[in-house]
Write a protein that binds this ligand. Structure first.
Ligand code: GLP
Length: 260
């Protein structure tokens, strides 16, 4: 493994970047290449998308590529990982609002191709809704690429510690650390929903390619556990160690404790 933090000192499936911006641009380029490749082949590019602070610069770069380098999203079909429950799609804290604000309002993705778990379905419809979400992903032949961040407790999507390898889209209870981390967006801890709809770990690992992006020193401890630690449902991202199609993209700060 390289000790140099060159822009992309890629070793096996680990790509180390000097800073968050370079890591994000690298991830955006991987996504853009896939979209263009599928366009050439006349195929849709089925993307699994993430929210949180981590992917915002990825989306910024994708918007730049759209505006300045003629990247079109006309063949993109997207499925977001998760959404708080309950929450209205127009609420500023909702991931629906987030995705519009940081990406979809600025690109030419067809609205009918955008899928974000709906928070407005009533509790009795959730199970059916989740099954339908899975079926829709499958109807497009599965995800071509899943973009992931990582929570400080190792969650991917909202698959909290204890989530099993074979979990699919479902209603989940949010971990106390996840709710605490969300407090800054909701104002007070009481305002943070206790539940969310999340695609499952099984759904994620079925993706043909997975990019896990971890940025900043606050992710350094958990990313080292996820990459080098024991594989355990207590650190959901550690389950990805068994998946060959994962690429970890880290900036220097996030990689501080990686065993090199
Ligand atoms: C939320 C999302 C995750 C995301 C995580 C990390 O919990 N559901 O998909 O990876 O936050 O967020 P951030 O990138 O802001 O650290």
């Amino acid at each position: 493994m390289s000790n140099n933090f060159n822009t992309h000192s890629k070793v096996n499936n680990l790509t180390l970047c000097t800073d968050a911006e370079q890591a994000s641009i690298y991830a955006a380029n991987q996504i853009a290449e896939l979209i263009r490749e599928h366009q050439k082949q006349g195929k849709p590019a089925v993307l699994g998308l993430a929210t949180g602070k981590t992917p915002t610069t990825v989306y910024k770069e994708l918007i730049r590529l759209h505006q300045n380098e003629s990247l079109s999203f006309h063949n993109v079909v997207s499925f977001n990982l998760d959404e708080y429950y309950p929450i209205g799609p127009k609420d500023l804290q909702s991931y629906t609002y987030f995705m519009r604000h940081y990406l979809f309002n600025h690109i030419d993705c067809k609205p009918q191709n955008i899928h974000i778990p709906h928070a407005d379905c009533s509790p009795d419809r959730i199970e059916h809704y989740c099954k339908d979400y899975e079926d829709k992903i499958a109807s497009f032949g599965g995800l071509d690429l899943q973009l992931l961040g990582i929570g400080r407790n190792g969650h991917i999507g909202f698959n909290e510690p204890g989530s099993s390898f074979d979990s699919t889209t479902r209603l989940v209870d949010l971990h106390s650390l996840t709710r605490k981390d969300a407090e800054k967006n909701f104002g007070t801890i009481e305002n943070v929903p206790h539940q969310a709809i999340s695609v499952g770990i099984h759904t994620i690992i079925q993706a043909k390619r997975i990019l896990l992006l971890a940025l900043g020193k606050e992710k350094s401890e958990i990313i080292s556990k996820a990459l080098n630690g024991e594989i355990s449902t207590e650190v959901p991202a550690s389950l990805l160690q068994t998946i060959p199609q994962v690429e970890y993209i880290l900036d220097r700060d996030a990689a501080a404790f990686i065993d090199r």
